[in-house]
Design a protein around this ligand. Structure first.
Ligand SMILES: Nc1nc2c(ncn2[C@@H]2O[C@H](COP(=O)(O)OP(=O)(O)OP(=O)(O)O)[C@@H](O)[C@H]2O)c(=O)[nH]1
Ligand SMILES: [Mg+2]
Ligand SMILES: [Zn+2]
Length: 291
């Protein structure tokens, strides 16, 4: 048997990269029975049919991580891409992405693209996120700003690029590795939204022991994976940092007295918009739990 990694899945076929090349493989019925479906990113063992050079996936190795959206395994790092303009940055969505990657315990980088379209003072918001404890990169696929920094971060990682449609995920990847030639799209002049140019999930080998995953943009993100309201605060780094000083353990930083998080917000150490989004997500989780 030959070991490899699933880099793409289309219509029931899996493309497995091995030291002998890429094999088109089918999964055995066995997996469906046990409720494990092979995912892009999976390390697998395949049996190759020498006659037609196709293969069967015989075994899926244990996963170090598993995302549902996009469906992919063994990711080590997420780069959340937002554009500063065209489309305008959406903080509500950014904060939702951050909740997801914190939940998945992935290393996270916030990448703000299209800085060529903005004035310096329009980029100051990023301090909120670096102060909260996130790595940030300001980039432009057009001018090449930030590209070297991104390239450096990708080394020895399997990195997913996630973010809304039209923010420039594929454009950034094309700039990082000139050989990729990923399809990129126009922004609709009317809505300044992207038109979902990238349609499937594919892991791309860019050398240096690194893979990148270009993903189709999405405009919403369900938070139903957060099971308990009380967990939510731990997915906001700056809220998590102060919550140990709240008067009540299990404080939701909502209306409780003696709440350190609210105090730090008043002092300006926690951003008001981030806090507002926290409260809005908290209410959402609370309302979907009430049957
Ligand atoms: N001005 C400017 N335009 C950019 C930049 N990066 C990308 N664009 C443009 O933005 C549009 C969308 O870029 P894509 O790379 O297709 O965006 P995407 O995030 O991959 O979109 P989906 O695949 O639909 O999710 C294209 O017209 C790009 O030329 C940038 O840094 N500056
Ligand atoms: Mg794309
Ligand atoms: Zn509190």
């Amino acid at each position: 048997m030959l070991s490899g990694r699933i880099i793409k899945g289309i219509g029931g076929f899996y493309y497995v990269e091995t030291e002998r090349g890429i094999y088109e493989c089918k999964a055995r019925g066995l997996f469906r029975k046990h409720n494990t479906i092979p995912l892009v990113g999976d390390k697998v063992l395949i049996r190759v049919n020498e006659e037609d050079e196709t293969g069967y996936i015989e075994k899926i190795m244990d996963r170090s991580s598993q995302l549902t959206r996009p469906p992919v395994a063994n990711i080590t790092q997420a780069i959340i891409v937002m554009s500063v303009k065209e489309p305008d940055i959406n903080f509500w969505l950014l904060d939702r992405f951050l909740v997801m990657v914190e939940y998945e315990k992935l290393d996270t980088i916030i990448c703000i693209n299209k800085i060529d379209l903005a004035k310096d003072e329009e980029l100051e918001f990023i301090n909120i996120y670096s102060k909260a404890g996130y790595s940030t990169i300001m980039a432009s696929a057009k001018t090449g700003d930030g590209i070297e920094e991104l390239r450096e971060k990708l080394k020895n990682n399997i990195t997913v690029f996630a973010g809304p449609s039209g923010v420039g995920k594929s454009s950034l990847l094309n700039k990082i590795d000139k050989r990729l030639g990923l399809k990129t799209g126009e922004i609709s002049k009317k809505t300044t939204r992207g038109k979902h140019t990238t349609r499937h999930v594919e892991l791309i080998d860019i050398g240096f022991n690194s893979y990148v995953l270009d993903t189709p943009g999405f405009s919403s993100l369900d938070l139903s994976f957060v099971e308990e309201e009380v967990q939510l605060g731990s997915y906001f780094r700056e809220i998590d940092k102060y919550s140990y000083k709240c008067k009540f353990s299990g404080c939701l930083h909502y209306k409780e007295p003696g709440c350190e998080v609210k105090k730090q917000m008043e002092l300006g150490n926690i951003d008001k918009v981030r806090y507002k989004n926290y409260i809005s997500f908290l209410e959402e989780i609370r309302n979907t739990r009430r049957y």
